[in-house]
Design a protein. Structure first.
Lengths: 142, 416
């Protein structure tokens, strides 16, 4: 019982810690996004389009992409990209390239760059929340 | 439209014959032997067929689909996620449109065992939509959660012919009793589809299909040297022959038409061998609108949403969920039995006067209200296996339409 409570408290603290950092706080660097742009054009652009807008049949990676992938932590998105993409050869890109491509997608959706690169470890990515609105607007909306 | 077309043609025919009766057999050399009169009963003779304007510049659309093939056959299992009961309904390969209602019946039967007032359906392809409507008909309030609506789902990129056992399972991996399950599904689907035949816009309709060959059917056909052979399979257990795919159509022979050989005197095509059957097909635009409207008319709701993990289903307000993600099950549910099978169709500008389909030299065409579908079939069931390239290969469609163009370049309207 006591162990459960301790675990619970630990989880709450971790969750609070995670809330301290979001995609609005700079989850990647400009250099990383630039590398990601190159990797994106090589591996993703053929289907999702050079400007990420998709086609009638292929989903866009801007616009509704944000409501579809926000409300969770960044590891969820990176894991999906890592396992499911590119569609024709899923799981074939390295963790570093997947992180770079995620950085480029974040930049393309207007999320700001920071001073620290998006890491390749799931725990680092899990510490960043993917919020659709910046903190101030979020506070107003509440 | 068809009746009008037939009437027009028979009038034209009557006119020609009438004139022929007045003139002294125009064009015929004096003393030439008279044409033999066919003894085939009139009812079995093909009607006058309008030619297809098969030219690559008449393509107005191309679609690439990934058939959600599951080596073990469709997943119809039930599992508990949190406090939600999840009934799976995905993995119908090339048979989704055909089996949808029967599969929906099975899923809804399981879902209703909990007496839910509300049911969630995940996905809005043909399986999701028919599951949702079937659940409504069973008395539930239904919400569809989907990231795409029907016109943009992979379902609408199919070719739209009734093909209930097309890439439905691998013989070696399908459960022993799957043939029986399939038959129940196919018969139940057929009964429901039958309710959609004959209504305005022909959402579901029958048309004649001609199978044309240069050598007798069942014997080796001339090989097209321009068609690339398939690469060898890349993993153990992959199918290598068309026979590796389970076939069940013989189980429902009593309700489907049998191909009829056309004797040379009534063969309307410039090829040596022809047979004909009458097959069911779907007019996607009309049928899709109809189903969507039926869903809304019965109080259905649609929520645009992307799920990140199966555990999220446990947090939905509805505690009974019918899961119809199609090909997305591979990545979302991590179902390793799912294998994409690529299929590409080209669409020629509609010709309402063409009321048939045909298959010739590994190319199939089917005239539908929203276009004439053209699909290359070389390599049979193995074509596109484990290929998830959803980009259009224009050359594939151009090559296919050329086969049909050459056929109709030699076509002259023979009279029935």
């Amino acid at each position: 019982m006591m162990r459960k409570i301790i675990l619970g408290v630990g989880f709450l603290l971790a969750a609070q810690g995670a809330q301290a950092r979001s995609v609005w706080d700079g989850a990647y660097t400009e250099d990383q996004a630039a590398r990601g742009a190159t990797s994106y054009q090589q591996n993703c652009g053929r289907c999702h389009g050079a400007n990420l807008s998709g086609t009638f049949e292929i989903p866009p990676l801007v616009g509704r992409f944000v409501p579809y992938w926000s409300g969770t932590t960044l590891d969820v998105l990176v894991e999906y990209i890592s396992q499911a993409m590119p569609l024709g050869r899923p799981g074939s890109l390295s963790p570093a390239v997947n992180a770079d491509i995620t950085a480029f997608i974040l930049k393309s959706n207007g999320f700001p760059a920071g001073t620290k690169e998006l890491g390749t470890s799931a725990s680092d990515q899990k510490a960043i929340t993917f919020d659709s609105m910046p903190p101030k607007k979020r506070a107003k909306a509440r | 439209m068809d009746r009008r077309h037939l009437l027009k043609n028979s009038l034209a025919l009557g006119g020609v014959m009438g004139l022929g009766g007045c003139a002294a057999t125009p064009g015929a050399a004096p003393g030439a032997a008279p044409q033999p009169v066919s003894t085939v009963p009139l009812m079995d003779r093909p009607p006058v067929l309008a030619p297809v304007r098969a030219r690559a510049d008449r393509f107005f659309d191309f679609k690439v689909c990934l058939r959600p093939f599951r080596t073990k056959g469709p997943n119809l299992d039930v599992e508990q996620i949190g406090d939600a009961m999840v009934v799976h309904n995905y993995g119908h390969g090339g048979s989704g449109w055909s089996l949808s209602w029967g599969s929906a019946d099975m899923a809804v039967q399981k879902a209703m065992s909990r007496s839910p007032k509300e049911i969630a359906v995940i996905g809005c392809g043909i399986i999701g939509l028919t599951s949702a409507i079937t659940a409504q008909r069973a008395g539930a309030q239904v919400t569809i959660y989907t990231r795409e609506l029907l016109p943009r789902t992979r379902s609408v990129r199919a070719n739209g012919a009734w093909t209930p056992d097309s890439r439905i399972a691998l013989t070696s991996e399908a459960p022993a009793n799957f043939g029986q399950t399939w038959e129940i599904m196919a018969r139940s689907s057929w009964k429901t589809l039958r309710q959609y035949i004959g209504i305005a816009g022909n959402p579901v309709a029958f048309s004649d299909h001609y199978y044309l060959t240069d050598a007798p059917r069942g014997t080796p056909q001339p090989v097209d040297a321009t068609v690339m052979p398939l690469p060898p399979p890349t993993w153990a257990g992959a199918p290598t022959h068309g026979e590796d795919f389970a076939r069940y159509n013989d189980r429902i022979r009593d309700i489907t038409s049998f191909p009829q050989q056309l004797t040379p005197d009534i063969n309307p095509f410039p090829v040596k061998y022809a047979s004909r059957s009458t097959n069911l097909f779907f007019n996607f635009t009309e049928y899709g609108h109809l189903l969507t409207n039926q869903f809304f008319a019965a109080g259905g709701k649609i929520v645009m949403r992307n799920f990140h993990s199966p555990s999220e289903l446990g947090h939905l307000p509805q505690k009974v969920v019918i899961n119809c993600p199609g090909m997305a099950a591979r990545d979302w549910w991590k179902d390793k039995a799912m294998v994409p099978v690529r299929g590409q169709t080209g669409w020629l500008i509609p010709q309402p006067e063409v009321n048939y389909g045909l298959t010739y030299r590994n190319v199939q065409i089917l005239s539908k209200s929203d276009g004439i579908m053209v699909i290359a079939l070389e390599n049979g069931e193995l074509k596109g296996y484990n290929n998830s390239d959803e980009s259009v290969n224009r050359a594939e469609s151009d090559r296919a339409v050329k086969v049909i163009e050459d056929l109709f370049a030699r076509f002259s309207v023979k009279q029935a």
